[in-house]
Design a protein around this ligand. Sequence first.
Ligand code: NAD
Ligand code: AHE
Ligand code: ZN
Length: 369
Amino acid sequence: MKSRAAIALEAGKPLTLTEIDVQDPKAGEVLVRIVATSVCHTDAYTLSGKDPEGLFPSVLGHEGAGIVEAVGPGVTSLQPGDHVIPLYTAECGKCKFCLSGKTNLCGAVRATQGQGLMPDGTSRFSLDGKTLHHYMGTSTFSEYTVLPEVSLAKVSKEAPLDKICLLGCGVTTGIGAVLNTAKVEPGATVAVFGLGAIGLAVIQGSVMAKAARIIAIDVNPDKFELARQFGATDFVNPKDYSDPIQQVIVDLTDGGVDYSFECIGNVNVMRSALECCHKGWGESIIIGVAGAGEEIATRPFQLVTGRVWRGSAFGGVKGRSQLPGYVEQYMNGEIKIDEFITHDMPFDKINEAFDLLHEGKSIRTVLHF
Ligand code: NAD
Ligand code: AHE
Ligand code: ZN
């Protein structure tokens, strides 16, 4: 079938809007009509050429929501008409990872996903007879996309798809990093580096966890007002200080924070985020994604003296079993999503959505097919 799509033809260039060919779903696969998708910084990161797994030409996009159009042979858990959120972190429920009880990472389709292919090692996308790669197992920048059954969470049909698409990445990642990865406890002091959708969702999660103090840090002061509305209590622009930012935070907090979250993808800030943690117990969670070849560094003494470095992917959330609950929480008014959406546009304005993100003018732009 034909599908409207935005193609990443080469690194560093705007996406090309075109009509691509999408093949029928094969065994264990599902054809989904994406109703709405947003742009996460990770899409921009991959398009920039910094992602070691980035492939071109490809169909990017991983924060979307849609409706099942057709299912391939052997698919039992989904049927046409079901509302779904694509998952870049699959949940097969059977692999070593899923059975470990220790992680939300799943081994079922991750290897081929990283190669931009479906689990059988082939692509369902082409343009003028030339193969296009899939991306993160989701490729939500095509109106019709094909995913493995294990990469789809079935959600309530009552929920607006143009809002809950943000649960496909940003909102879930930030809240989950607080509740599942850090397990922030009531009364804790939290520092949040980077106030895009991920950082704001970390603030939201910290409020849910009843943190006493939430320090919001960004080099763009325009981000502070929304952070305040989400529940941050302190606001710090590193540009206002000559001291290293970790020293500023340590001085503000009588020795450091209980938890910090890096929501930028900057390895120097990752170091600051670790080093602003309190001696003996402070934990720093890396959420931001760094470019190929970049590495983190600190004095081992920082860890010897009790600080902990962790990472979090999709907030530690198991998509098929837990994302429907996040949708219910949104419907019950327990999770904010609408407040992240600064812009709504038709899908063909997708390159404007990337520009707004790069310029620091948007949190999330929702694109409607
Ligand atoms: P974003 O661009 O909307 O937000 C980043 C924020 O960081 C901006 O407000 C920017 O002003 C601020 N910033 C930049 N440099 C800074 C500095 N030196 N000090 C302080 N603030 C600084 O991005 P986003 O969509 O919120 O994504 C944030 C990061 O999280 C990206 O690296 C993205 O790839 C990553 N991410 C990871 C996961 C995961 O599962 N681990 C999921 C989603 C996104
Ligand atoms: N491909 C990159 C890493 C990218 C990365 O870390 N992705 C995050 C999700 S970002 C969503 O916006 C993630 O969940 N990673 C775990 C996984 O299995 O991909 C690289 O460095 O190769
Ligand atoms: Zn994302």
